[in-house]
Design a protein around this ligand. Structure first.
Ligand SMILES: [Mg+2]
Length: 169
């Protein structure tokens, strides 16, 4: 809380997983944010502590995890879901995005760990919308040509080409 007060003039964009899916701590945080006028978004949900018994529209996340996230969103304690791109699954993301929108929640699928995935998320954002920001991963995968992608004034230009516009060299 002291940190947030100290950077209150910095217009933080978001605070990611300060207390993963912990209602009471998130409530305390949000109350403090209101008190100091901090308008940062809270992002949560990527941590998978248990697996779904079977694959469903939220992929390998458990029903309990998803229900908890939506109830946190309903209380306005979580503004952005950072569910993992691959744990949910790309096709599933297309199906669940309207559910997030109806709940007033933005998405920023977690990408870290697999270098091409920010480009997949950029494609998802262009296709279905409701992605507030694309998590970037610095670096390049050997053997993949990323040159067709450009970032112009903070916007990724997304290609309408097969294979997410990435070519194997
Ligand atoms: Mg993350």
């Amino acid at each position: 809380m002291g940190y947030l007060s100290a950077v209150s003039d910095c217009e933080l964009f978001w605070i990611e997983e300060p207390f993963p899916e912990n209602r009471n701590e998130l409530l305390r945080l949000k109350e403090h944010m209101v008190k100091i006028g901090c308008k940062a978004l809270t992002a949560d949900g990527e941590t998978r502590t248990e697996r779904a018994e079977k694959w469903w529209r939220y992929g390998e996340y458990s029903q309990r995890h998803i229900d908890n996230l939506f109830s946190l969103a309903e209380e306005k304690l979580v503004d952005v879901f950072v569910l993992d791109l691959g744990i949910v699954g790309f096709t599933n993301w297309r199906c669940i995005m309207p559910e997030l929108e109806r709940a007033g929640v933005k998405a920023s699928p977690h990408t870290w760990g697999w270098i091409p995935r920010p480009y997949y998320v950029a494609q998802l954002a262009a296709g279905v919308g409701n992605v507030i920001i694309v998590e970037g991963i610095p670096g390049r995968t050997e053997g993949v040509d990323y040159s067709a992608y450009e970032i112009v004034e903070g916007q990724v230009l997304v290609l309408n080409e097969p294979g997410f516009g990435l070519k194997l060299e």
